[in-house]
Ligand binder design. Structure first.
Ligand SMILES: Cc1ncc(COP(=O)(O)O)c(C=O)c1O
Length: 412
C-alpha cells in the first residue's frame, strides 16, 4: 500500500451503498466511474425525492391555489433557501434557479453587458470552459466590447503579472472559473475579487467544479455572481444556480420574459416580480430544484470540508500511481481539485478512453469544452480522470492497470 492510502475521512463503503448505479457492470467488469467532472452519480435519497414528488404532490408552483400547488411551492421555495445556506448567501432572493451553469453564465453575460459602452473591457482567462468563454466572446462582439485573457503559467495557474496587467480601470467585468475542469487549478478567487472591486469591476465566478467539492462561502469570496450546476453535485440534470448580489440583481434587466417573472402586465407595460422570481420566467424545473435541495442535505451530512479532504487523498494517490508509469504527461499544478488530466505518449486520448472503457473504467477524453486552453497546452485533447466522494483507491488501482493495458495494446 502506498503512502497516500493511509487515512479515509468517512466511510466510503457505506456511501457507495446509496448509489445503485455503482453496482452495475460495464463490458462484464464492475463500473469504475471516474467522469465526475462531467456529471456525478445520484444517491437513492435524491432518486426517492424525485419519485415522491411525482407520486404525491406534483403541481405547478406559484399559481395553483390548491393543496398540491401549495406543497410543491413550499418545497421549491425551501430548495432556494437550502441552496442559499449551502453557499452562505443572505437569502433565497440571491438564488436564481436556471437549467445549468451555462444558462447562469449566459444570464449574467447578457444582463451585465447591457449597459456597457464601446471599448469597455471584460476579462476572462485562458483556462475557461466554453460556458464562461463563448457568451462573453459573443456579447463582446455584439456590443463592441474588448475581451481580454489572463494567461496561465507553466504550472497551469493564473499568471500573477497577467492578472495585474489585464484588470484595470477599463475593466467592467471579470469572469473566472473557481476550479479548472482540465487542470484542476483552484484559483484565488478572493484575491482576484479584491482586485476587480478596486477597479470597480463586477466579479463573476464559474463555480461548476468547486461547489460539488469544497465549502463555498460567497460572503467570504465577496464575488458578485457565482454560477454552478446541480448535476455535478449529486442532484438531477436540468437545474443550475446563479447566486447574485441583491443590489445588482435589482438593477439588472431580466434575461427571459414571460409568465411567473411579472407582478403586473398592462397593455402599455410590465412590472417585474420580486427577486429571485424576476429571473425565473415560465414553469421552472420544480422537481430538479427540490432534488438539488435533497442532494445538498446529503452533502451537508457528510460535510464539504471532509469531501474536499477526501478529494485531495484520491487525487494525490492517482497522481502518485500515474507517475509510476513511463511516458505519461500530467497537466496542472500539484495543489488541485478533483481532476487529473493526462496523456499517454504516442496514444490519442480517445483511444485511451476506449481501452479504459473495455475494462469498465469511465473517464473523459477530448478538449473538455476548453479548446483555447488545449491550444495553450499544445495538445488537441487530454484524457481526464475525475473523482468524487464514492471513489476508492481500489478503483484507482483498476484505472492504473487499464492505463498499463493501453501501453501494451499500443506497444508504447
Ligand atoms: C468549469 C465548468 N464550467 C461550466 C461548465 C458547464 O456546466 P453545464 O454543462 O452544467 O452548464 C462545466 C461543465 O463541465 C465546467 O466544468
Amino acid at each position: 500500500m502506498l503512502k497516500s492510502q493511509t487515512k479515509t475521512i468517512f466511510d466510503v463503503e457505506t456511501i457507495r451503498k446509496d448509489f445503485p448505479i455503482l453496482q452495475r457492470k460495464v463490458h462484464g467488469q464492475p463500473l469504475v466511474y471516474l467522469d465526475n467532472a462531467a456529471t456525478s452519480q445520484k444517491p437513492m435519497q435524491v432518486i426517492d425525492a424525485i419519485d415522491f414528488y411525482y407520486k404525491n404532490y406534483n403541481a405547478n408552483v406559484h399559481r395553483s391555489i390548491h393543496q398540491l400547488g401549495e406543497e410543491a411551492t413550499a418545497k421549491f421555495e425551501e430548495a432556494h433557501e437550502k441552496i442559499a445556506d449551502f453557499i452562505n448567501a443572505d437569502s433565497h432572493q440571491n438564488i436564481i434557479l436556471t437549467k445549468n451553469t451555462t444558462e447562469s453564465l449566459n444570464l449574467a453575460a447578457y444582463s451585465l453587458t447591457a449597459g456597457l459602452k464601446n471599448g469597455d473591457e471584460i476579462v476572462i482567462s485562458q483556462m475557461e470552459h466554453h460556458s464562461n468563454f463563448v457568451p462573453w466572446q459573443q456579447l463582446a462582439k455584439l456590443r463592441g466590447l474588448n475581451l481580454k485573457f489572463i494567461k496561465i503559467d507553466e504550472e497551469g495557474k493564473l499568471d500573477e503579472e497577467s492578472i495585474k496587467e489585464n484588470i484595470t480601470k477599463r475593466t467592467k467585468i471579470v469572469s473566472l472559473t473557481h476550479v479548472s475542469n482540465v487542470l484542476g487549478t483552484i484559483n484565488p478567487v478572493e484575491e482576484i475579487t479584491k482586485i476587480a472591486h478596486e477597479n470597480n469591476a463586477v466579479m463573476v465566478v464559474d463555480g461548476a467544479q468547486a461547489t460539488p467539492h469544497m465549502p463555498v462561502d460567497v460572503k467570504k469570496l465577496d464575488a458578485d455572481f457565482y454560477a454552478f450546476s446541480g448535476h455535478k453535485m449529486l442532484g438531477p440534470t436540468g437545474i443550475g444556480v446563479l447566486y447574485g448580489r441583491k443590489e445588482l440583481l435589482q438593477k439588472m434587466q431580466p434575461f427571459l420574459y414571460g409568465g411567473e417573472m411579472i407582478k403586473e402586465v398592462r397593455f402599455d407595460g410590465t412590472q417585474f416580480n420580486e427577486l429571485p422570481w424576476k429571473f425565473e420566467a415560465g414553469t421552472p424545473n420544480i422537481i430538479e430544484g427540490i432534488g438539488l435541495g435533497t442532494a445538498i442535505d446529503y452533502l451537508n451530512k457528510i460535510g464539504m470540508k471532509q469531501i474536499h479532504e477526501r478529494d485531495k487523498e484520491l487525487v494525490a494517490y492517482a497522481i502518485e500511481r500515474l507517475k509510476e508509469i513511463e511516458g505519461i504527461a500530467i497537466y496542472g499544478p500539484k495543489e488541485r481539485g478533483a481532476v487529473v488530466s493526462f496523456n499517454v505518449h504516442g496514444v490519442h486520448a480517445h483511444d485511451v478512453s476506449q481501452i479504459l472503457d473495455s475494462e469498465g473504467v469511465a473517464i473523459r477524453a477530448g478538449h473538455h469544452c476548453c479548446m483555447p486552453l488545449m491550444g495553450v497546452l499544445g495538445v488537441t485533447a487530454t484524457a481526464r480522470a475525475s473523482f468524487y466522494l464514492y471513489n476508492t483507491e481500489q478503483e484507482i488501482d483498476t484505472f492504473i492497470n487499464a492505463v498499463h493495458k493501453v501501453k501494451k495494446v499500443f506497444g508504447v
